[in-house]
Write a protein that binds this ligand. Sequence first.
Ligand code: MN
Ligand code: MN
Length: 400
Amino acid sequence: MEDTNRLTRRGILQVGSVALSTAASLTVTDAQEPVTGPKNAALEAQNPDSVRSPETDSGTVSPFKYSFALARTRIGSGGWTRQVTARELPISKDIAGVEMRLNAGGVRELHWHVEAEWAIMLYGHARITAVDQEGRSFVSDVGVGDLWLFPKGVPHSIQGLGPDGCRFLLVFDDGNFNEFETFLITDWLTHTPKEVLAKNFNVPEETFKQVPSKELFIFQTEVPGDLKAEQMQAAKGTGVVPRRYDFRTSELKPAKVTGGGEVKIVDSKNFPVTPIAAAIVRVKPGGLRELHWHPNADEWQYYVSGKGRMTVFAAGGHARTMDFQEGDVGYVLQSTPHYVENLGDTDLVFLEMFKSDHYEDISLAEWMAHTPHQLVDQHLHVGREMLAAIPAPETVITPL
Ligand code: MN
Ligand code: MN
């Protein structure tokens, strides 16, 4: 209704523009900006639902999108990284994300942090290492689609393998996580008196004279040696961690497959070590991740590929639709309803991440199907036939 009025007024303005004074023309043109001509055509083309929202959008909803393309990239000798945290996207209090690229041989240096680290490999191969509180080791090679989980406080490293290193997404269970302020082995040793280091290891102080004077963070070195040999050396005397820190999604059957797409759920039921639940969603062109909400946690989204849109209904008559594509982060507060629609001509692949050890959702369709139909029809007047035809199990991604 509002847009139609604007268009009509603009039509009248164009006809009468010669008669208008310059000042009046400028004032009115500014108010018409979304219709008369975008100021940032590239950005507005990526966000058609912001330029002209669906008529069902209403009121103010806090922004729930930020793009990694806007995040500052920190480049090291062995690769690069950038992060989207609660500092960039204030609504995202529970989860933060980091993209990282490591060249073959490039190392994200030995470090740890307060938060748990979940990751998914998006390109190439990497070797990951960790040591648990019993001194037990974990060394593994991971490839595209593989996940890992380093429990909170567990020290670890990531290194790109041949032929071309790797790229991956890290997810942390605290929106205020900061990848640039983790506990680094070089930074710690730099800030410990050399005589204390000597006493700690019972060696001469000169042993530490070549420790870098500044943190390495991401640095280039040679690719690691044979995996089995490194595993054996690291496990000497203490063995390996009892529950693996990696997970092969390629070996996991989808929780649901429909004509519209498929979803894989990875949580503590099949990956016991994780305090972070994940749904890996693939929606075919025209498909819809159906209207639903998550009663147990906020949802942090990462768009891997494709183009889509999401409407978040924030109660009290407030609703907002935003558009998403590769490298975008979305965020939906706990129990707040939403859908994700594939508007592109390729598969829309995205992650739903939760600060919870298990996945939960409730869909509008399953709620309606399993509530007395007379009562539902008295609200919506959709007809009892429509209600009876809703599939008993949740559809997840339409069409069936
Ligand atoms: Mn880490
Ligand atoms: Mn969801």
